[in-house]
Ligand binder design. Structure first.
Ligand SMILES: [Zn+2]
Length: 680
């Protein structure tokens, strides 16, 4: 000790600072040598080595330089050329819902209705539920599979075949879709809480305002598919929301799931006040081995006074209180809020009439006519001309048409008369409510994170953000969109001009003919159900779908968000990074090649840009002097894979070790490390 102090004293008096540093370098706790270290620094430098003391980076550079930090008690890691990245940042995830539970699960597989029915029947045998009990079924893929057959003509019929004595719900893997069997549909409650059931009759009366959210069969009876808020009339509250009790039984799994993927910072993209005790427990038990930003969630519709006005003060005060509670916390901040602009943009070709997307669209949705294609999947055979005299007349008479008249109409014209309707979807909230929400929270200093899917939702969200920033003059907040599935080209430029953030889930940015059939035909006139059919040259859909490169080049800040557990509870950052570069599943067709980004841009979006988006960039997001030693050792060199034209192989890459604040928080088990890359 005395010796060190004396050296320091000498240093202070000497001009040769460099010589001094070398002489006086106190040893580091950890020295990492002989690696390929991508620093994500402003110069985007590569380094060989770094040193860590008290959880912070004290040196980055050559291995020779790092050796000066090796002392008697230093841990030294030789990487043998392995790639190190800054700890990854998931800038849109629902971490408390990623903790796996013992629950019936379809794992997002594309299954026929028959296969779904058999799987659900198997779950009923496995869980031995009493009659009348609910069977929730997780991760139903509503855009893949679901092909009917004679014995399973609808979702409802398929679930009824599994059981008519239990209440069954398929929970869509996006959180917006659901499907029920008949016993469950019979539970539907009207606005006053009376059980009236969901049927052709109640869809016309009690639920008339929400009828567009229910799929129906040719006779007008619900076919089981129930979307968005209409689910709440059927689902018991305990099945509708997150299961915090289950999380608290295994609180270590929250950070465990993220660290296993290489993630050391995240945005909980939807944090209602009820979930805060979970974070408090994680903090109290020192189980939060990653930095977390909470996007607080308050639903203006739940804060309406009896006269219909929104109690803005109550919401903003509640959010301020939560923000203050975590002020200065080294691991949690709560200076962001979440708003949903809309729902989702997929329709259902298997409903009759096909359900339309419910996200708001700039142009009214087209009315495609579907048939069963040669491959057994829905295929587009034509379009309804909603401007035709037939449609104008039919629209006016629609409410009076009975079952026989509808059947006769279909026989004569080849489509359902309800397809004469002109619809553009809708925002979750009135436009004025959205604008006021953003204005109020922004004025209170919050960053605003808006879920936007439809092109009119993106447009309104951008309008709201720009108006709020113009009104209070504050452009230091980290405002932006999540998902940004459809953004008109002119709106992409506005995102860039305002330097807004966009959290993309790159894993979704792929062409998939089956998925595309549920959305493309409603936006542009297409024919068939193949890749080329769905992506004709010059298509508006292709100009608007996940415009990553366009917003980046325009000046927006892009980040990677998994949205887990949507599709899968695995936040899969390397699949996301791979598809940011390829916009394709391995071997699959490319979704709009001009929107691919480079590997460094993809990595930056998952590191420094992500950290900036969620407010931790001063302490994390890059491997630079003074920053937290959060890093991930990667199983294969993803820079080299991309540079050698094998970017799709990045999908098979994983975190081998994850370190947070200079401590290892994840080590991939040896058996898994040993898996040869070619077969994994
Ligand atoms: Zn989400």
């Amino acid at each position: 000790m005395f010796f060190m102090l004396r050296l320091l004293a000498v240093c202070l008096t000497l001009a040769g600072a460099e010589a001094c540093a070398a002489a006086a370098t106190p040893p580091a706790d950890l020295v990492v040598l002989d690696g390929r270290v991508y620093t994500a620094s402003p110069e985007r430098t590569m380094a060989e080595a770094f040193a860590v003391r008290d959880g912070h980076i004290v040196y980055v550079g050559s291995s020779a330089g790092a050796r000066a930090y090796i002392g008697r008690h230093s841990q030294v890691k030789h990487l043998g050329g392995q790639l190190v990245l800054p700890g990854l940042v998931d800038s849109h995830v629902h971490p408390l819902d990623t903790v796996e539970r013992d629950i019936c699960d379809l794992k997002s597989e594309a299954l026929s209705l028959k296969a779904i029915s058999e799987h659900v029947a198997g779950c009923l045998r496995h869980y031995r539920l009493p009659e009348g009990a609910w069977l929730p079924v997780n991760l139903w893929n509503y855009t893949g599979g679901n092909q009917p057959d004679a014995a399973h003509p609808t979702l409802r019929a398929a679930l009824d075949r599994a059981s008519t004595k239990h209440r069954i719900v398929l929970l869509g893997n996006d959180g917006h879709h659901a499907a029920f069997n008949s016993l469950a549909l019979a539970d539907a409650k009207d606005g006053s809480g009376a059980v009236v059931g969901l049927s052709r009759a109640t869809l016309a009366k009690e639920f008339a305002a929400f009828a567009y959210l229910a799929g129906v069969d040719a006779g007008g009876e619900p076919n089981g598919m129930v979307n968005e808020t209409l689910q709440e009339s059927i689902l018991p509250a305990k099945l509708a929301g997150s299961d915090y009790e289950a999380v608290l039984r295994h609180p270590e799994r929250v950070a465990g799931r993220m660290n296993e993927a290489g993630i050391t910072a995240m945005l909980d993209a939807d944090t209602p006040p009820e979930s805060l005790p979970v974070y408090d427990e994680l903090l109290a038990r020192h189980l939060l081995s990653l930095r977390t930003t909470l996007a607080q969630f308050y639903d203006p519709e739940q804060h309406r006074r009896p006269d219909g006005s929104v109690d803005w003060e109550a919401m903003v005060d509640a959010a301020r209180t939560v923000r203050a509670k975590y002020e200065g916390n080294p691991l949690v901040r709560a200076d962001e809020v979440k708003l949903f602009a809309d729902g989702v943009a997929e329709g259902d070709p298997y409903s009759m009439p096909p359900t339309l997307p419910n996200s708001p669209a700039i142009h009214p949705y087209l009315q495609p006519i579907f048939a069963t294609g040669d491959n057994g999947r829905a295929t587009v055979t034509g379009y309804v001309d909603t401007d035709s005299p037939l449609c104008i007349e039919t629209r006016a008479a629609l409410a009076t048409l009975g079952g026989q008249a509808i059947a006769a109409f279909r026989e004569t014209h080849g489509f359902h008369p309800a397809q004469c309707q002109v619809a553009s979807g809708s925002l979750y909230h009135e436009r004025a409510v959205m604008l006021e929400f953003v204005r109020r929270f922004h004025l209170a200093g919050f960053s605003v994170h808006i879920h936007a899917i439809g092109d009119a939702a993106s447009r309104t969200a951008i309008d709201a953000l720009i108006a709020a920033r113009d009104a209070d003059g504050n452009r230091a907040t980290r405002d932006g969109l999540a998902h940004a599935q459809l953004v008109a080209p002119e709106d992409a430029l506005r995102l860039g001009h305002e330097h807004l953030y966009v959290a993309f889930t790159y894993a979704w940015h792929v062409a998939d003919a089956e998925y595309d059939t549920t959305i493309v035909p409603f936006f542009v006139k297409v024919h068939g159900n193949g890749y080329a059919d769905m992506h004709p040259p010059g298509s508006y859909y292709d100009s608007a779908i996940y415009p990553v490169r366009r917003v980046l080049e325009a000046g927006a800040r892009i980040t990677g968000g998994s949205d887990a557990p949507v599709d899968t509870p695995d936040p899969r950052p390397f699949i996301n990074i791979a598809r940011a570069v390829t916009r394709a599943t391995p071997g699959g067709e490319v979704l709009t090649r001009d929107q691919c980004i480079g590997i460094r841009e993809a990595i930056d979006s998952y590191t420094i840009e992500g950290a900036r988006a969620i407010g931790w960039d001063r302490v994390a997001g890059s491997l630079e002097l003074g920053k937290s030693a959060d890093f991930v050792i990667v199983s294969r060199d993803i820079l080299k894979l991309a540079e050698s034209g094998r970017a799709s192989d990045i999908e098979k890459v994983h975190a081998q070790e994850t370190w947070f604040q200079g401590k290892r928080v994840y080590l991939r088990p040896r058996s898994r490390v040993a898996t040869p890359p070619a077969s994994s």
